[in-house]
Design a binder for this molecule. Structure first.
Ligand code: HPA
Ligand code: MG
Length: 231
């Protein structure tokens, strides 16, 4: 039998899958969407199943890159709240690799932080974990979206203070900016998307839309509808 030549490279692309500006998303009529959001959405940019497939590919590559560090745990740091679903699905898919491979595995420790902007524009980390645990450890920061990149850049600088051995970033989305350049390139990224405001799969607009499965483009007219409720 003639030798079969593989045309597929072994290494999975850790650069983002690029969704072009000319793609305006799928019509809502093809999807089962919650009634309470149907009128607010313009289109489905990335269906849930597509997101899952891409996360599986990233999980496989992260497993391939990091399993050699056994028996040291990789510290997986979830940036809440937007990153919680991506974090959960990515970790599950790495765990699947751990169950499927007999001779290789990647032990993980799961940690959680939130960030918030202070009035003086400083970024504050609200640690839900003891960040002193990061000292001399390999850290994978897992977050939802990078737009200008300044937030994640500052977060990394703040975490440097805890003297980790290494720090890598995986972001599910990276937004292509029309006016300003993105100053940060993550080590692993799911999708590069056009400059639209997207919601769903835990990404919110003023705490709404996290309970939506698909990643959707929000109608511009809706941006003012969901206001922050003052306490
Ligand atoms: N959606 C939700 N949160 C965000 C976005 C977005 O498009 N960009 C930055 N934070
Ligand atoms: Mg948000």
């Amino acid at each position: 039998m003639a030798e079969m030549k593989s045309t597929v490279e072994n290494r999975i692309q850790t650069d983002p899958l690029v969704i072009s500006d000319s793609f305006e998303g799928y019509s809502l009529t093809y999807f089962n969407l919650p009634l309470h959001y149907r009128d607010d959405l313009q289109s489905v940019l990335i269906p849930y199943g597509f997101v899952q497939d891409r996360i599986e590919a990233l999980a496989n590559q992260i497993f391939a890159d990091w399993h050699i560090n056994l028996p040291e745990q990789l510290i997986c740091l979830c940036v809440l709240k937007g990153g919680y679903r991506f974090f959960s699905d990515l970790i599950s898919k790495i765990q699947l690799n751990n169950r499927l491979h007999n001779c290789r595995s990647l032990p993980m420790s799961l940690e959680f932080i939130r960030t918030r902007n202070q009035p003086n524009d400083q970024l504050e980390i609200i640690g839900l974990s003891d960040l002193h645990r990061l000292k001399n450890r390999n850290i994978l920061i897992i977050q939802d979206i990078i737009d200008t990149g300044s937030r994640v850049d500052i977060l990394k600088q703040k975490l440097e203070h805890f003297q980790p051995k290494s720090m890598h970033v995986v972001s599910l989305f990276m937004k292509r900016q029309s006016d300003k350049a993105c100053i940060f390139k993550p080590d692993y990224c799911g999708f590069e998307i056009p400059d639209h405001f997207v919601v769903g799969y835990a990404l919110d607009h003023n705490e709404y839309f996290r309970d939506l499965e698909h990643v959707c483009i929000l109608k511009e007219s809706v941006m003012s509808k969901y206001k922050i409720i003052d306490k």
